[in-house]
Structures are given as C-alpha cells and as structure tokens.
Design a protein around this ligand. Sequence first.
Ligand SMILES: *Cc1c(COP(=O)(O)O)cnc(C)c1O
Length: 375
Amino acid sequence: MSNTFEKPILVTSPHLPPLEEFQEYLQDIWESKWLTNNGKYHRALEQALCEYLGVKYISLFSNGTLALLTALQMLRITGEVITTPFSFVATTHALWWNNIKPVFVDIEDQTFNLDPSKIEAAITPKTTALMPVHVYGNPCAVQQLQEIADTYGLKIIYDACHTFGVTINGIPVLNFGDLSVMSFHATKVYNTFEGGAIVCHDAATKKRIDYLKNFGFAGETKVVAPGINAKMNEVQAAMGLLQLKYVDQAIEKRKAIAAAYREGLRQVAGIRVLDDMPGVKHCYAYFPILVDKVVYGMSRDALYEELKRHNVFGRRYFYPLISQFPTYSALESARPGKLPVAEKVTEEVLCLPIYPDLDMRAVTQIVELVKNGDA
Ligand SMILES: *Cc1c(COP(=O)(O)O)cnc(C)c1O
C-alpha cells in the first residue's frame, strides 16, 4: 500500500527548540542553583507571557490541572458548577477534587462549546460558577456567558487549556471571565514539557493565587491559606522563554496544515470540517472532523481503525464524554439523552494529526486516505 506511512504519524508531536539553545539556560540554572520558588526565569516568563498574550496578570503553575484546582480555591467556589461534558477529563476532575458537584450542560453544534441557551435551565440555588472550555481553541460565546453570569451572580472560570494567543476582534480570549486556566503540557500548542497558568485581571487576585500555589506562604513564617505546591520550576520557565521565540512560527505551520486539510476534505460527502470563526485569530491546536456514518458510508470508529492500518493515529477527542465515565455517569445531568448534541458529536468526531513538523506531503496523503475511505 503506497499510502501507508513507514513511521507512525501521531495526532501530535511536541514542538522543541534547538537543544543547544536550551543548554545555555541549563548552564545558567546550574551555576545559580536557583531551581524553583519565583526564580528569575519564572519572573521573566510571567512578564513575557503577559506581553505576548496581551493580559495583565499571569501566575505560572507546574501543570494545568493544579491551576484548575487552584482557580476554584481562589474564588472559593462551592456547591454546583455548570460545565461541559465535551472536554478532557481534568476539567470535571478539578471540580470533584474541590468537592463541587459538576452539572453538565449540552454543547453548541457549531463550536462544540457550552451552549449558553441551555444554561439557565440548569441553574439552582446551589450554583456558584460556570466552567466552560474553549474547545479546540475556538472561543466560547463569551458575551452571552457573561450576561448569564452577571444576571445570576455567578463566577466564570474558563478552561483555556486549548488556547494560546487566540483573540476575538483583537481582544485576547483570556481577558474574558473571572479567571482563565492554561496548560503548557507537551501536547499543547505551546509547551514547557508540563506547565500551566492562571490569568487574572487585578494585582490582588494574582497575589492570592501566588500564595495558594506555594502552600499559602505570605512570608517566611506567615501562612494565609491552606495552599498547595503547584509552582512552576526554573527549568520549565526557561523552556517557556525559549519556546516563545518559536511559537508564532509553530502556529503558522499549524494554520497551513489546517488550510490544507480543509481544502482537501471540504468536498468529501459525509465529512464535516470546522471553519475559522469570524473575527477570531486561531491557534489551530487540533483538527477535528465529524464523520456522518450514513453519508460517508463508514463510521468514525471504522475510519479511525482504517487510518491506523495506514499508520495514521488520529484521536477521538473527546470520546467518551466526561459525563459517560463511570465516575460521573450516575449524576442526573449525565443521564443518556440529556446531552443530545454532545452525545452525537462524541460518536462522530476524530482529530487528525496536526503539529508544526508534520510534512505537507503527509497531510495530502492523509486527505487521500480519508477521501478513499476503505478503498
Ligand atoms: C490538557 C488539558 C487540561 C490539563 O492540563 P495539564 O497541564 O495536562 O494538567 C485540562 N483541560 C483541558 C481542556 C486540557 O486539554
């Protein structure tokens, strides 16, 4: 089979800067022996990211999940939180670890983000916040969500782990809501091996987040909160500074790959691709397609297996839904039939490989494989 790749093509492959450039940072860290606790690279990266992302305050974390946990602690969220079933499990796990009941609400058919029109029906006296996700980096309906939050007195914590540098009409998506949580995990558009951050809008909030991520320490002998250890270390921060040099290039490569996929797949009957949203600058974190079994003549799972036979490893992000995992499936809001759009999308979605080093010829070949189905 000429279309079969010799080496497996995975859904993603981390972007890494030249090793020699990283060694210079390591040399410096070795000499200084300052490895963590708000070191110079940590401070430099916070400043550089504020500038790059166009945000006022950012607090770096060792990973995105600890940042989510801390964001909920920061705002003292309790009771029930309305969230999406269509995300990576960590979004809901963060609620569980804070003893908060997740209430799942369905997603929009166009963006796969939390559907604002279905939120009001799920609000109870116990609801304290919304936790939407900008899925695949596509911004949520931020204005509508804010109106609901304002009307009902709710906080908004965005899981912004898929976004990096995404803007709506020039406004960074991270500036909406009370807090936004980022991940810099190896598989994300911008990585520090592992890493994460909370974006907030005022100095007092940033200060308290910084206490929380360092055991609650507000001075040598003063502890002001039952904090956790979620600090980013100097090696991660140095990697972050170096990665920033290359991230624009990396996003441009992703954009070109997304354009090639769209061009190639748009006319394939039964395959749906997502387009850029008006006024939005995207980061092309993922390339999801939806497979209509009847029209395409093959199910998503069959296509997934067929691609694997050709050494192409897409991923079914997000399948199953978070609400379908045994941990959560007993919840009232998780019951089958309650989340019709999400239940359909999770059966049809497949994310195709997209990463900066992916060869354009490989993209063309993957397009051909999808076009031909099991031919
Ligand atoms: C990656 C991811 C997380 C978790 O981030 P980590 O840095 O891996 O802990 C949370 N939510 C979403 C939507 C993610 O994609």
